[in-house]
Design a protein. Structure first.
Length: 273
């Protein structure tokens, strides 16, 4: 099965303004690159490259397929990236929140994609993940997406706290602090984390670990999502989660009920007794 991405820009502006149309397609490619970098262990300049398998005019229509898979990626990652991109744009069209699986950088790129679109689908964009020509996931994108993502990336609250999860998407540059992405085990957040130089040793110890806990300054948006963290401490955690009594009393654990609804789970316990 070969995955590909269909992009259709609708309305008269799509056929008239070539530069704006090309800029929108370029923004789509930038979004794919950002999502791929957060999926892989390390960010890389040698990202997956894409080619046009279809290209048409009227409304601008194109289909993108992988030309060369990035050195730190693979076909499964690329397929996940396509699904995350399309489902995220669909999510951003309906709510002022950072889409599931997206970083704030990805949300900023999503803004650029939707900035030139109109306020209704007939002058917006249609995007779809396809496999062997069959659409698996689709989204209608309008100017509303840009407005929602702009609101979602606006910092509103700063606190001090911690998050647990797994690090990926490491970026190390000479003139900037190292940064990475923390994929949290609770809530499924994808949080950009910035590290001071004095955490370099701890960061290298934490790398490739299944579970770590990052403590530091947390910046949230109005929706309560974490926009970014600045790490002050990195703790290594056991591979298997070990919950405290307090956490168990709260009933907050994904495998506690073996996937059952809480009412059904309690009824099963009663029958067992």
């Amino acid at each position: 099965m070969s995955a590909e991405l269909e992009v259709k820009l609708r309305g008269p502006h799509a056929g008239m303004d070539a530069q704006e149309s090309l800029r929108t397609v370029q923004s789509v490619l930038s979004l794919l690159r950002e999502l791929e970098n957060t999926e892989t262990e390390r960010s890389s300049r040698h990202h997956t490259r894409w080619s046009f398998s279809e290209l048409g005019l009227g409304s601008v229509t194109c289909v993108l397929e992988p030309l060369r898979i990035g050195e730190h990626s693979d076909y499964r990652v690329v397929e996940r990236v396509l699904h995350t991109a399309v489902s995220g744009l669909a999510e951003a069209e309906t709510a002022e929140r950072i889409p599931t699986g997206w970083t704030t950088r990805a949300a900023s790129m999503g803004q650029r994609i939707a900035r030139s679109l109109g306020a209704s689908p007939d002058i917006g964009m249609f995007i779809a993940v396809r496999a062997d020509g069959v659409a698996l996931r689709t989204a209608e994108v309008t100017q509303r997406t840009a407005l929602h993502l702009q609101a979602a990336t606006r910092a509103r609250l700063r606190t001090f706290g911690s998050r647990r999860g797994r690090l990926s998407g490491l970026v190390e540059e000479r003139r900037h602090r190292p940064r990475a992405v923390l994929r949290t085990e609770v809530g499924g957040e994808v949080v950009p984390v910035y590290f001071d130089d004095d955490l370099d040793t701890d960061l290298r110890r934490a790398w490739r670990r299944d579970r770590v806990e990052i403590t530091g300054e947390i910046t949230e948006n109005a929706y309560g999502q974490v926009v970014r963290m600045r790490a002050r401490e990195i703790a290594l955690l056991p591979t298997e989660p070990q919950l405290s009594d307090d956490e168990l009393r709260a009933g907050f654990w994904a495998d506690m009920t073996d996937g059952q609804d809480s009412v059904d789970y309690v009824e099963a316990l009663r029958e067992g007794n």
